[in-house]
Design a protein around this ligand. Structure first.
Ligand code: SF4
Length: 688
């Protein structure tokens, strides 16, 4: 349409909130955001967005934006010019590396930043400093799902596209508050249910919107998902319902896997999960009778001691029933942040180079050594969970955190924050002065997605370009530019002038991205990895087998981990998760008037039974105390939760921050915190 005011412009961008990856045009006039306009050609969302994508942008123009580098002086900070801050940073990094070795430094990138920025962060750690101590916040959410898929089917990503989910006969949602956490994706399921008669089974502790809509809603005991999933799979095998042709042709490891299922009888599952035998048989029967099944899961599965194993169990169930390699089938771990998938793809993990190539694989490492012209460390580094222990035991001396509110979103934050106090040198780079920044020696002002170019990879492995809407505010800079300046002060000699050059280099080193280029991603064009050199992409995975040497998937034996045990006085199980309106800890959404005006403060959902038993009413102020800390919050009585199960949204930034309660226990395979295994005692502070 004709632009009557020449200052009015329209820019295509990709949502910076959740992993659905909605894209849309943003209409602006100067720095004013006029409207967000989704387009039919937007591959993940078409003409839909949720409240965050529609109204969640005025944080970009917030008065509270960081616009200057800050340097600590005693208990406060002073503004500084870039040169001074970056020179100091280079000097300290060099001193610490020389005195204590490269592994005394740690690097954390964010799954909110672009692919190109994650690539540069890990390249800085590995090739400039010489350490594999690099990680990102998918450690806090989806790494267990990635591990479960690598073990069984070979690619750590969703099996198909979001639109394929709508083609399934039956959708299984486990531990995912999909309607609030991935709203536009949930809409597809709701529509398929209405129009195509798709069936929906939901397993969760809390009766959220998708549970209300489900054909079957089951509430297994907290932390027992692996047991019911494995019992259902065993029952399917015992009934002779396994897809023998699929297994014979495409799957290895059946007999060892079947041996591991021996203990998962219906009787055992009934006792352990609280689901009746009849319920388990009904689930098995529904899965057996469906022609195609998709399984969706999120933090309710992954944030446990056995998060990787439960993710594995889900994938095993899909393999046994032949539900991979066709549209409408397969595993869909729902990625949280916009770029959880991309941060992992681009090697921000202590054991993986970009493209999931292992640091200890000599051929892979040498390929990167040759391309980067440096020697690279072959031993895996430490992840962000171990970095906290490293701060406490004195082995980690310096930390560089880019775009992650680790001091609020990691578990057991009293412990994390005490660790920061022990660091010799701490740099935080972010859009706002975060809780984590309070502990820093240097704070660098970064630009959010509206102020830079780059790419994000959404939950369906879809790579999309974002274009720059505004100039960076004040003296802030895009993270990729800051990283180049840091690296070059340490002698790297990087010459990238645009993110497209970073992508070109990365794509030449990552087989799953080999055909990716900015030209192929122009406008609303997108690609789903793996992308062949000629640009052919892969909306549905495993059509021609699985990416293992013999082309066959692998059933992986399962073992259940008993959830974290607490003393008897901690009798309240504190479940936690998102709210529709706020994103995670809310650092961006609380700065957005369009959102804060529509949401109440944080509240604790308590069941009518617990309310009756303890004398709680709407508005009662209570204190929850775990062995790790305590918090204060007001109650709301609701039958969404039952018994001694309570639910606390995770977006509070003050007295009710959930991670004041959570422990340092973690998934045994990935160190993802067991956020969902949190117990507390409850006392009334004030009832009115
Ligand atoms: Fe789409 Fe997620 Fe952004 Fe909402 S938050 S607009 S569902 S990408």
């Amino acid at each position: 349409s004709a632009m009557r005011d020449s200052r009015i412009k329209k820019t295509k961008t990709v949502c910076t909130y959740c992993g659905v990856g909605c894209s849309f045009d943003v209409w602006t006039k100067g720095r004013e955001i006029l409207k967000v306009e989704p387009q039919v050609e937007a591959p993940a969302n078409g003409i839909s967005t949720c409240i965050k994508g529609k109204f969640g942008w005025d944080f970009v123009n917030s008065e509270e934006r960081l616009t200057k580098p800050l340097i600590r002086e005693g208990d406060s900070f002073r503004e500084a010019e870039w040169d001074e801050a970056l020179n100091l940073m280079a000097k300290k990094f060099t001193e610490i590396k020389n005195e204590y070795g490269p592994d005394s430094l740690g690097f954390i990138t964010s799954s909110k930043c672009t692919n190109e920025e994650s690539y540069l962060m890990q390249k800085l750690a590995r090739s400039v400093i010489g350490t594999n101590n690099v990680d990102n916040c998918s450690r806090y959410c989806q790494t267990p799902a990635t591990v479960g898929l690598f073990r069984t089917v070979g690619h750590g990503g969703d099996a198909g596209s979001i639109k394929d989910i709508a083609m399934a006969d039956l959708v299984l949602i486990i531990g995912s508050n999909t309607a609030e956490a991935h709203p536009v994706l949930a809409t597809r399921v709701k529509r398929a249910q209405k129009l195509n008669g798709q069936k929906l089974i939901v397993a969760d502790l809390r009766e959220h919107e998708m549970a209300d809509r489900a054909d079957m809603f089951v509430r297994p005991k907290a932390g027992s998902d692996l047991v019911w999933i494995s019992a259902v799979t065993k029952y399917i095998i015992d009934q002779g319902w396994a897809d023998e042709e699929f297994i014979n042709n495409k799957v290895n490891g059946l007999s060892e896997y079947v041996d591991s299922l021996e203990g998962f009888t219906l009787e055992y599952a009934e006792k352990t999960t609280g689901l009746s035998k009849e319920t388990l048989i009904e689930i098995a029967t529904r899965i057996h009778e469906a022609k195609s099944v998709c399984a969706l899961w999120a933090m309710g599965v992954t944030q446990h001691l056995g998060g990787s194993d439960t993710s594995t169990a889900i994938s095993n169930l899909l393999l046994i029933t032949g539900n991979y390699g066709r549209p409408g089938t397969g595993a869909y771990p729902l990625r949280g942040h916009n770029n959880v998938q991309g941060a992992g793809d681009f090697g921000s993990a202590p054991d993986s180079l970009p493209g999931y190539q292992k640091v200890y694989d000599d051929a892979a490492r040498q390929k990167f050594e040759q391309a980067w012209g440096t020697k690279l460390p072959a031993e895996p580094g430490i992840n962000n969970h171990d970095m906290v222990e490293g701060m406490h035991d004195g082995t980690l001396k310096a930390l560089y955190v880019k775009g992650e509110e680790m001091g609020l979103v990691d578990s057991n934050i009293n412990h994390v924050q005490a660790g920061y106090e022990k660091l010799d040198f701490f740099v935080v780079q972010d859009v706002f002065f975060s809780r984590t920044a309070q502990f820093a020696d240097i704070v660098l002002p970064a630009s959010p997605s509206f102020e830079k170019e780059g790419t994000f990879t959404n939950t369906e492995r879809r790579i999309q370009r974002l274009y720059q809407v505004f100039d960076p505010a004040g003296d802030s800079k895009p993270d990729w530019q800051i990283l180049i300046e840091v690296a070059n002060r340490l002698g790297a000699g990087w010459t990238y002038e645009h993110p497209s050059e970073i992508m070109a280099e990365a794509a030449s080193l990552m087989p799953i991205y080999s055909g990716v280029s900015y030209e192929r991603l122009e406008g609303y064009n997108s690609l789903q990895w793996p992308v062949q050199p000629d640009g052919t992409d892969s909306p549905v995975l495993y059509l021609d087998g699985f990416p293992f040497p013999d082309g066959k998937a692998r059933l992986h034996p399962v073992k259940w981990s008993i959830p974290v045990q607490f003393g008897e006085e901690y009798d309240i199980h504190v479940n936690n998760g998102r709210l529709l309106e706020h994103f995670h800890e809310g650092n961006l959404t609380y700065k957005s008037e369009g959102i804060t005006s529509k949401t109440p403060g944080t509240f604790l959902e308590v069941s009518p039974e617990l309310a009756e038993d303890r004398g709680l009413k709407d508005g009662t102020l209570v204190r929850l105390t775990s062995p790790y800390g305590n918090l204060k919050v007001r109650c709301v009585v609701t039958d969404r939760v039952q018994g001694k199960e309570v639910y606390l949204p995770m977006n509070d930034q003050g007295d009710a921050a959930i991670n004041l309660l959570t422990s340092s226990y973690a998934d045994k395979d990935t160190d993802t915190p067991a956020y969902k295994e949190t117990k507390a005692k409850l006392e009334i502070l004030q009832s009115d």
